[in-house]
Design a protein around this ligand. Structure first.
Ligand SMILES: *C/C=C(C)/C=C/C=C(C)/C=C/C1=C(C)CCCC1(C)C
Length: 245
């Protein structure tokens, strides 16, 4: 299908780039893209109705926090030629909860409670802390696979909450525009966030090492995931905010 074709094209383009360090290049492009997206989201705040301003502010904060981390990660990679795992996880621990806030904000009009927000944030923190353990702390034997599994369970709990549980029920009671935005955000979480476990499988050792045959660097996979998800999420919020709803 079209997405597969686009992804293949993107990967081929990255690999064929006339730079000797294509990983470093994706950190550089990532920094620029996140910066540009932040400017766009911050400026858009003045164009939308009051009730959407906070959502756009959060969109801008997500890409802005990422831009700052990318700036440092680009440096780290350039200096040491090593994965900036710590910066990466600090970035995610700040931005993923903010993405949960986006769900909460668009469902607030339908009666979303802060308890739902805390469930989403709690699950994302479990997902990220256990992922960090497997990637940076307990890195030998079957530990990465085990921590990755726990992380995956927390991830599927998030998917459950938004696609079938509490958040989905609230979305069903929402306006058509919010329903549509919620549906697209769900797809980002299901498909877009699904890119990260692939990076994890490439970067750690375990029974899943066959994933390595793609021949991609773990950081490139994470960088592609971040660009799609952080900027994509913001654009969904933006189009909801400018829709007549
Ligand atoms: C902007 C950053 C985002 C949206 C990061 C999302 C990260 C994940 C969904 C990570 C998930 C992981 C698993 C589901 C299992 C393996 C370990 C992780 C942390 C890579």
């Amino acid at each position: 299908n079209i997405f597969k074709q686009m992804l293949n094209y993107l990967l081929a383009t990255i690999k064929a780039m006339p730079v000797d360090d294509y990983v470093g290049f994706t950190f550089f492009v990532g920094t620029m893209a996140m910066m540009a997206a932040s400017v766009f989201f911050f400026f858009s705040m003045s164009l939308v109705e009051g009730k959407w301003k906070t959502s756009l502010l959060i969109s801008g904060l997500i890409t802005f926090i990422a831009a700052v981390h990318y700036y440092y990660m680009r440096d780290y990679w350039a200096e040491l030629g090593d994965s900036p795992t710590f910066f990466r996880y600090v970035d995610w621990t700040l931005t993923v909860p903010l993405m949960c806030v986006e769900f909460y904000l668009i469902l607030k009009a339908a009666g979303a409670k802060t308890s739902l927000l805390w469930k989403l944030i709690g699950a994302s923190v479990v997902m990220l802390v256990t992922g960090y353990f497997g990637e940076a702390v307990y890195t030998t034997g079957s530990s990465p696979a085990l921590w990755g599994l726990v992380s995956g369970l927390a991830y599927f709990y998030i998917v459950y909450l938004i696609m079938a549980g509490e958040a989905k029920k609230l979305a069903d009671k929402s306006s058509p525009a919010v329903q549509k935005a919620h549906g697209i955000l769900c797809k980002f979480v299901l498909i877009g966030w699904g890119i990260y476990p692939l990076g994890y499988m490439i970067g750690t050792t375990g029974w899943y090492d066959f994933v390595d045959v793609i021949g991609l660097n773990m950081d490139v996979v994470y960088n592609i995931g971040d660009a799609i998800n952080k900027i994509g999420f913001g654009l969904v919020i933006y189009s909801l905010a400018v829709s007549k709803d």
